[in-house]
Design a protein. Structure first.
Lengths: 186, 395
């Protein structure tokens, strides 16, 4: 069991007797600091989708499926191709990557985990922390160094991350892939 | 109410409320329960864990009684013993994500296996927020590991959210009240507030602790016309100890303090109808949390919202989201000082709060006009109870 707050894209959970792959998670804060977690899910048996909302501390039945450490190899629209240590290739549908797709870039060396269901690669989990280069962001407006003033930045691969105002083009930044949050400049 | 002697109405609704602070959560659920009973003829069982706090806003309530009925709502003291009397109705609402007792959940889980058609619609009624994400989460299912289905019901300011609590005749009552100054003067008299003339400025205060409040009152002391500040006993007064003649715990309702041009009145506690009338009668209201925040908007008067403080200043994000929609049709030269005033008040910045107050000007007519048109804009197509009843029917 995991709490809804701990669930990540790529996890597979059992709901109403069916396995669902988590494609996207969105955590927000309600009043009095309680978390609300919205999950975008895909049914692995029926190929249908749903969105569900949970309290952050709600328990969810995550199921342990076969996983393999892999690295990203290339994109063959609409499939992302990953490769294991023995050079076996596994195709994962772009839809099943959810938010993780924003961090997939050519040449990346991050160790990912490909999850299998009935011998089919169904999802990919990225490492919790990854490092990407900022390819565009506005210059710091006020020279703020506190890290409290934030601004949008485009990273390698085209994704957007909200970063501290002091981050510049060319900087490498650490991102939490569970939340999409900027952690620090590397 | 004695559940044993009350005919079982399978169409009844149950609302569960844990009192977290004295008036917020119970204030919202009590208003909703009353409205469902009065306007939709729904039998509502309101389960409350703390009747003593509840009795502050419902003085007729006997905190020692397990079952009572007021305004057509069955009020039940929620404890281990009373919970055994629960029987499933049409709808089960957990207010503000409070934990429904495990015995009820177990009973519903069994019911799903034996007679699923009898299962109530189970809702988590969440806190009000103006943030964008509310539209995307409102009404979504939440499939529980025990096999039961719950839904998230999120109040909000757009037609894709759960709406806002507002009784059908409220605006008519408010307009009638505000059309004759004699009403507010009678109320002030009834509350024992002395020395208020019809042309005096009157400000109600129901905030959390903040140095901003002290700054404002000190700046009002130098105003040209008399200002009356009405404050109930409670957290607001903790910020004013330096200007009070006695300690907060020794204050009694009806006491008043003259501070140059300001008269500070200590208010007696009032029921919800009385609080609405107080907000309608003041020129400006400082409110907090959720229930009084919404009622200040319905009062059609300018206000400061002291939002419930959250970790990492997350409440400031919620404040910004509200200010953005509140100021959508407001001229920038008016929206800016009003937003700055709310920001600085919430950040406890005394100097900025006073500066922005002075920029706003007392009784700024366009701001008052905006406050008058805002309630209809905010309400959109329907109020929360109307949308909630439709939501339950459609499931």
């Amino acid at each position: 069991m995991k709490t809804a707050h701990e669930i990540r894209p790529g996890n597979v959970i059992m709901l109403d007797g069916s396995p669902w792959v988590v494609q996207k998670t969105e955590t927000t804060r309600s009043g009095r600091n309680a978390a609300i977690v919205k999950l975008k899910l895909k049914n692995l048996l029926l190929d249908s989708g749903t969105e569900q909302t949970f309290k952050g501390e709600d328990k969810l039945d995550d199921i342990i499926l076969e996983r393999l450490d892999c690295t990203y190899s290339y994109f063959a629209d609409p499939m992302y191709v990953f490769m294991d240590e023995e050079y076996n290739q596994y195709d994962v549908e772009a839809d099943n990557l959810g938010d993780a797709a924003a961090y997939i870039v050519d040449g990346m060396e991050d160790q990912c985990q490909v999850t299998f269901y009935n011998s089919k690669a169904i999802s990919v989990e990225l490492p919790v922390h990854i490092v990407r280069e900022v390819i565009y962001t506005e210059p710091s407006a006020r020279g703020d160094t506190s890290g409290k003033v934030m601004k949008p930045a485009t990273i390698t691969g085209g994704g957007t991350v909200t970063v501290a105002d002091f981050v510049k083009v060319g900087d490498k930044i650490e991102i939490d892939t569970r939340t999409g949050e900027f952690k620090k400049r590397v | 109410m004695d559940l044993d002697s009350t005919p079982i109405n399978a169409n009844h609704w149950d609302i569960f409320c844990v009192v977290v602070d004295n008036y917020g959560d119970i204030g919202v659920t009590w208003r909703l329960a009353k409205q469902l009973a009065a306007e939709y003829a729904i039998t509502v069982n309101l389960w409350v864990d703390d009747l003593k706090s509840f009795s502050h806003i419902l003085p007729e309530l006997d905190a020692g009684q397990a079952y009572q009925t007021f305004f057509g709502v069955n009020i039940i003291h929620w404890n281990d013993s009373s919970i055994e009397e629960y029987s499933p109705g049409q709808c089960l609402i957990e207010a503000f994500a409070c934990e429904i007792p495990s015995s009820i959940i177990e009973g519903l889980t069994k019911l799903k296996q034996t007679n699923p058609i009898e299962l109530p619609i189970w809702l988590n009624l969440e806190y009000l927020s103006a943030e964008d994400w509310v539209e995307g989460c409102h009404g979504l299912p939440s499939f529980q590991t025990n096999g039961l289905q719950k839904y998230f019901y999120l109040p909000g300011f757009t037609d894709k959210t759960g709406g806002l609590i507002c009784e059908q005749n409220l605006f008519q009552l408010r307009d009638n009240w505000q059309s004759d100054d004699a009403n507010k003067m009678a109320l002030f008299n009834q509350l024992g507030l002395r020395g208020i003339e019809p042309n005096h400025h009157v400000i109600s205060v129901f905030s959390y602790e903040t140095p901003s409040l002290l700054g404002l009152i000190q700046s009002w002391q130098a105003e040209k016309s008399p200002i009356h500040v009405l404050i109930p006993k409670g957290r607001s007064l903790n910020s004013l100890t330096s200007i009070l003649a006695c300690s907060v715990d020794k204050l009694v309702a009806g006491q008043q303090f003259n501070l140059d041009n300001v008269t500070l009145h200590i208010l007696p506690m009032t029921d919800q109808q009385g609080y609405d009338r107080l907000l309608w009668s003041c020129d400006f209201n400082i409110v907090r949390g959720e229930d009084s925040f919404l009622r200040a908007q319905w009062a059609a008067k300018p206000f400061i919202w002291h939002i419930y403080p959250q970790e990492d200043d997350y409440h400031l994000i919620k404040l910004e989201a509200f200010m953005q929609i509140y100021c959508d049709n407001l001229a920038p030269d008016l929206a800016k000082p009003w937003c700055e005033l709310n920001r600085s008040f919430n950040q406890g910045n005394q100097i900025d709060t006073v500066n922005h107050w002075q920029k706003l000007e007392f009784n700024h007519l366009p701001l008052l006009q905006h406050a008058k048109t805002w309630p209809m804009t905010a309400l959109n197509s329907a109020d929360l109870a109307t949308r909630l009843v439709q939501f339950v029917k459609s499931r």
